[in-house]
Design a protein around this ligand. Structure first.
Ligand SMILES: [Zn+2]
Length: 293
């Protein structure tokens, strides 16, 4: 059942919170669609209960759990799909997600619905900073993915996608998934300004005060940077050696999906630290080593 946040802005709570903006003329926009056709079906049911026709879907970013319900809703309800350009590429060709995680033709173990959604058409490319005729504004929130956007409604609600994670998620996954650490930090710092009345992360609870959660996220990114810098104090190490250290120091759960998500996130920390001039790489013994600069 839809829950009202404020004015015409609603959401459908779940493992991935779905945003709904009522246009006031019997039609609506849905923000993200969950992981598969079952989540699409739940969205359809919730909209039917409120007599809302689905006009368009907006995808904050192209992770499988955020657009997996698109195909069902497009087929059933003829909705349009809008997404930022880089994200649109993956929504059209979802095999790109396991492909970039593995960096070659992916293992079948990575081609599950959690990392490779059903493809969906994309009807319009979203420019960050633009708005729809109903006043929905697209806010750039890069970091967790390269082109992620948030959606701000005229009721002062910001749907933040995966720009930051709930504290419980941080406890559960020591290494939260980010692909560009400097941009993730900038995004979180910009959200600290607190210009919206309500914030709804895709995984977590609605809040009117995200400061503490944002600080915890920033602290975690800092802690991982520091772990890497202090581990490299004694000697240069390969990415694989650093990953093994992180996994055993933090007692991280291992399976094919998690391993590649950790590896990608570690890669983001390494390229971020190189961008900040703190690290550099060298080649020796046929290996690529990271060392302090
Ligand atoms: Zn995501």
């Amino acid at each position: 059942m839809l829950k009202r946040i404020s004015g015409n802005t609603f959401y459908l709570p779940g493992p991935v919170n779905i945003g709904v903006y009522d246009h006031g003329d019997g039609s609506c926009t849905v923000i993200d669609t969950g992981i598969d056709k079952d989540s699409g079906r739940k969205i359809q049911k919730a909209l039917e209960q409120e007599n809302l026709a689905l006009d368009r879907i907006i995808n904050t970013h192209a992770h499988a759990d955020h657009f997996g319900g698109n195909a069902f809703l497009v087929r059933r309800l003829k909705a349009e799909v809008w997404a930022p350009s880089l994200e649109a590429a993956i929504i059209l060709y979802p095999e790109l997600e396991p492909l970039y995680l593995y960096s070659a033709r992916p293992l079948p173990e990575l081609q599950t619905k959690f990392l490779q959604a059903t493809p969906s058409p994309v009807d319009r490319i979203i420019e960050a900073g633009s708005r729809t005729e109903e006043g929905l504004e697209f806010i750039p929130l890069p970091g967790h993915s390269l082109g992620q956007i948030g959606v701000a409604t005229p009721d002062g609600v910001l749907f933040t996608g995966d720009a930051f994670f709930a504290r419980e998620t941080l406890e559960k996954y020591f290494l939260p998934y980010f692909i560009d650490i400097p941009r993730a930090k900038e995004t979180m710092s910009s959200l600290l300004a607190g210009q919206y009345k309500y914030y709804l992360p895709s995984h977590g609870l609605l809040t009117d005060d995200p400061q503490e959660t944002l600080s915890a996220n920033l602290k975690r990114l800092q802690a991982i940077d520091e772990f890497i810098l202090s581990s490299l104090k004694g000697e240069p190490k390969t990415r694989e050696a650093l990953l093994a250290e992180l996994i055993s120091a933090c007692d991280l759960l291992l399976n094919p999906a998690q391993y590649h998500l950790y590896n990608s996130t570690l890669g983001a920390h390494l390229s971020g630290l190189a961008e900040e001039n703190k690290l550099e790489f060298i080649f020796a013994e046929g290996k690529m080593f990271w060392q302090l600069k």
